[in-house]
Design a protein. Structure first.
Length: 281
């Protein structure tokens, strides 16, 4: 019988080459039992199992409550080498009227993440649809964000949800500060594929319950093309941009998460996309 908890070589093998990591949001969802998770798997082992099928998990629960360092260390201990978490910053920070005024809170939150060690991936600062683009306030906030933790560079990503961010001024500001902009493939929020940081980050929100792999094969093929272009330093021109797509840049890491929509299908979608991009090398 195969070992359900064996570390996949793609996670365990160290490599300095840019990588594509496909994942899901969280790991606790009743409809994943006897679907994604094997029948009879106890809940306390779900993270251990999920981290050996996927390359990353975006933790959404941290938006509602900042975890303790003990909790973070516990998560890190259950996942294999090469696996990373991305985490949403707490809403207590991003809902502040003044982002600049929340800088100390942001720094304190980031400091706790050292408990994840090398399992720490991007930190996502998700703004609500009510937050308009305010260049001065955002610049002051980004100026004060910690850029390294325990000697490791930090990766910050902004998810913006108001149309005012669809402007050259925002794109230039994000690039100046080296923070990525989340590409949110959603019918409800602005989608910006402009590459503003040293890595690419996408949240895909169109999975379908009647598709065994969440998306039609043609759609997964198209996304495989987009993310492999990102990894190679390309900038897919068919995705929505504010600025003219950038000429080819340096290769970069890519993070892709299947979120919401037909949530029961998202693990299958992530694994199907990962298989496609792994096949391309």
């Amino acid at each position: 019988m195969p070992d359900l908890f064996a570390d996949p070589s793609s996670n365990a093998t160290p490599s300095g080459a840019p990588r594509i990591r496909c994942g899901i949001g969280g790991w606790v969802f009743p409809e994943w039992r006897n679907n994604f998770y094997p029948a009879g798997l106890v809940q306390r082992r779900e993270l251990e199992y999920a981290s050996r099928q996927l390359r990353s998990i975006e933790i959404n629960g941290t938006y509602y409550r900042a975890p303790s360092t003990t909790t973070l260390a516990g998560w890190a201990s259950q996942v294999p080498d090469g696996f990373v978490f991305s985490l949403k910053a707490p809403k207590a920070i991003v809902l502040q009227r003044s982002l600049a005024g929340a800088s100390r809170m942001a720094a304190a939150f980031v400091d706790t993440l050292q408990a994840l060690g090398d399992r720490l991936g991007p930190v996502v600062w998700q703004f609500t649809p009510a937050r308009h683009f305010d260049s001065d306030d955002l610049a002051a906030f980004l100026d004060r964000l910690p850029r390294a933790l325990d000697g490791r560079p930090l990766r910050h990503a902004l998810e913006v949800r108001h149309a005012s961010f669809r402007c050259p001024e925002y794109v230039a500001l994000a690039r100046t500060h080296g923070v990525a902009t989340v590409f949110t493939d959603s019918p409800e929020h602005p989608s910006l594929a402009d590459l503003t940081g040293p890595f690419a980050y996408a949240r895909l929100m169109r999975s379908q319950a009647d598709e065994p792999h969440g998306y039609p094969a043609a759609a997964l093929d198209a996304w495989a093309g987009h993310v492999t272009q990102w990894r190679a330093g390309g900038d897919p021109p068919e995705l929505p941009h504010v600025e003219t797509p950038s000429p080819k840049q340096s290769a970069r890491d890519v993070f892709v998460y299947f979120i919401s929509a037909a949530k029961a299908r998202n693990p299958a979608a992530a694994m199907a996309l990962q298989a496609r991009v792994d096949h391309t090398g």
